[in-house]
Design a protein around this ligand. Structure first.
Ligand SMILES: [Cu+2]
Length: 499
């Protein structure tokens, strides 16, 4: 009897310990900084990159990837990487029709690349894994900007190292302008009423260094508990106009945000990854997974303070997956401080730009992509293998499905796409514009349509991949070439053709 009681209490004790451990793990996996952030630092605005016009009329930028250190106020001077500075990089800006050249110097002491995320350009200029820049070398891609005004960005894309390089601080914005957007009554004074916001999460160790650990259940990558906006912790922005345009870029490696305001006010969503929408969409929320962008216009009242927040984003996920992938997390992001007297600003135009709808009936080819684990269609990235060839100037429909519990995203190089359907239904208003990255949270299928215009190169591939950078580094990526009609694909620079 005594022995039985002993065994029973032992079992109960173990259950208690087990439950306690589970509860501890469970609660430990939520981050909620709402109401806790001291907004004491003026938001840093990345400088506009200087440029010059060369003898051939091209706009020339210079970027140098380098190491440095920055005091984020987290207990020490943090070792960082940046372009032309310690952390992040300047904002590049060019107009549709311009030829641009970017001289990229690799000063970080190990190989890296620079990818122009969202840009339509030749594969050899794309900055993917095949355009590696050796330490000390300079890479000078050049192309003609020919796509709508948009908020793009640039970041490393070295195979297997992208997460680490981005986490250390290599990223910057690339704003494109065009005549259609210039004719609209939208806030457009950079750093005044048109504000870049590069949102990133980081963990700091006890010495104030970036903590690269992924944690016990780190299947999604690094989830940080501290937010940096343009590299500023606890940022505030002085607003002097009735309306302010925020260019939101999720520059995080793994975390998805659901942006809104603490008082739940509506704002006007005017643009997504690849450009402006046809009409603004009044909404209190915009969800962005890593790599996605949104342009919003927010109206403020004189003298008020309001906080840009990230609400728990994991609405469509099961509760365990949601908890361990940051889906229950909430953050205060940025405080807007409106001046007592605000300069007037016009209403957001009721119509923005015409967006040509790609016609599914015109599609020459359909393809399917199945995302699971770290695989696409059951395979991991092999730099020496091409996955398929697309014929130049044709339209394709791609169907992307996901069946595991982990969120994944799908990013395509070269072309902006439109979403035809999500789980068989029309996309919501925020997903009707041009996109280059789309999140799949639940088990669902998404159909997209894209036209692969202009640039054929049978030997140099473009990438498609999950933009959760840990997954990408684990090989959740494939490559395709664009060929001329009737042309046979060759092989990537280091390998052979497959399929
Ligand atoms: Cu993924």
């Amino acid at each position: 009897m005594t022995a039985l009681v002993g065994v029973l209490s032992g079992v109960l004790l173990l259950c208690g310990v087990g439950t306690g451990l589970a509860t501890w793990t469970w609660t430990r996996y939520v981050v909620d900084t709402t109401g806790e952030v001291s907004f004491v630092n003026r938001l840093a605005i990345p400088p506009l990159a200087e440029s010059r016009i060369d003898a051939r009329g091209r706009r020339v930028f210079d970027l140098r990837a380098q190491s440095g250190h920055r005091d984020f106020g987290q207990g020490g001077s943090t070792l960082t990487w940046g372009y032309n500075g310690d952390y992040l990089g300047p904002t590049l800006r060019a107009k549709r029709g311009e030829e641009v050249v970017v001289n990229v110097v690799n000063g970080v002491g190990e190989p890296t690349t620079v990818h122009w995320h969202g840009m339509h350009l030749p594969a050899a200029m794309d900055g993917g894994p095949h355009q590696m820049i050796r330490p000390g070398a300079t890479w000078s891609p050049h192309w003609r900007v020919d796509q709508p005004a948009a908020t793009l960005w640039y970041h490393p894309h070295l195979h297997g190292q992208t997460e680490q390089h981005v986490y250390r601080g290599l990223a910057g914005m690339f704003i494109l302008d065009d005549d259609a957007s210039a004719g609209l009554a939208l806030p457009r004074r950079y750093g005044v009423d048109d504000i870049p916001l590069i949102v990133q999460d980081r963990n700091f160790d006890s010495d104030g260094q970036f903590d690269h650990g992924r944690g016990l259940l780190g299947g999604i990558g690094i989830l940080g508990d501290t937010l940096l906006v343009n590299g500023t912790v606890g940022p505030y922005l002085d607003v002097r106009t009735e309306r302010v345009r925020l260019r939101l870029l999720n520059g995080s490696t793994a975390r998805t945000y659901d942006f809104g305001f603490a008082d739940n006010r509506d704002f006007a969503l005017i643009g997504t990854d690849g450009g402006l929408l046809e009409v603004p969409y009044q909404t209190p929320r915009i969800q962005l997974s890593p790599g996605e962008r949104a342009e919003i216009v927010v109206t403020v009242r004189p003298g008020e303070r309001t906080v840009l927040r990230s609400y728990p984003p994991g609405r469509d996920m099961d509760f365990v997956s949601r908890r361990i992938t940051g889906g229950d997390d909430a953050f205060d992001v940025l405080e807007l401080r409106a001046a007592e007297t605000l300069q007037p600003a016009p209403e957001v135009p009721a119509r923005l730009v015409p967006v040509e709808r790609l016609d599914p009936a015109s599609a020459a080819q359909a393809r399917t992509f199945h995302l699971a684990g770290h695989h696409i269609n059951g395979r991991r990235m092999d730099p020496g293998q091409l996955d398929f060839a697309v014929t130049r100037d044709t339209t394709e429909i791609w169907e992307i499905t996901k069946e595991d519990g982990t969120p994944h995203s799908f990013h395509v190089h070269d072309a902006q796409f439109q979403i035809l359907s999500i789980a068989g239904r029309e996309p919501p208003p925020e997903l009707r514009g041009w996109k280059d990255t789309i999140l799949l949270e639940a088990k669902q299928e998404i159909r997209i349509i894209a036209r692969f215009a202009d640039y054929a190169d049978p030997n140099m591939p473009y990438m498609y991949h999950c933009h959760l950078l840990y997954h990408e580094d684990q090989g959740m990526m494939g490559q395709f070439v664009v060929v001329e009609p009737g042309q046979r694909p060759g092989g990537p620079p280091t390998g052979h053709t497959h399929g």
